[in-house]
Ligand binder design. Structure first.
Ligand SMILES: [Zn+2]
Length: 102
């Protein structure tokens, strides 16, 4: 019959026991915005960790997307403006066709 070669040390025994019981989820509070967060993890609300900005939040990413989109739209509008100067009649015709479709 197989037998353990060594006695289980207190350390090993206690480490095993540490997974035996249900404990409440550890909760920390963000020092930046006082929102509840998980310990040792970046705050989802403000993107801060250890008093330093680490990631962009979902809102900020949305804002950035909006800004890049508007910038692209402006660039496209400027391009269209200069393009319309070249052949005005063609661009006008295009717009009319599109509205008729819908
Ligand atoms: Zn925060």
């Amino acid at each position: 019959m197989p037998v353990p070669k060594r006695k289980t040390s207190k350390s090993r025994r206690d480490m095993r026991q540490s997974t035996k019981f249900i404990r409440p989820q550890a909760v920390a509070t963000c020092k930046q915005c006082n929102e509840p967060t998980l310990p040792h993890q970046v705050c989802v609300e403000c993107g801060y960790y250890k008093g330093r900005k680490v990631i962009n939040t979902k809102n900020e990413r949305g804002m950035q997307r909006m800004q890049t989109r508007t910038a692209a739209a402006q660039r496209a509008a400027e391009k269209n403006k200069s393009g319309a100067h070249d052949d005005h009649g063609h661009s006008h015709d295009d717009g009319h066709d599109h509205s008729a479709h819908e």
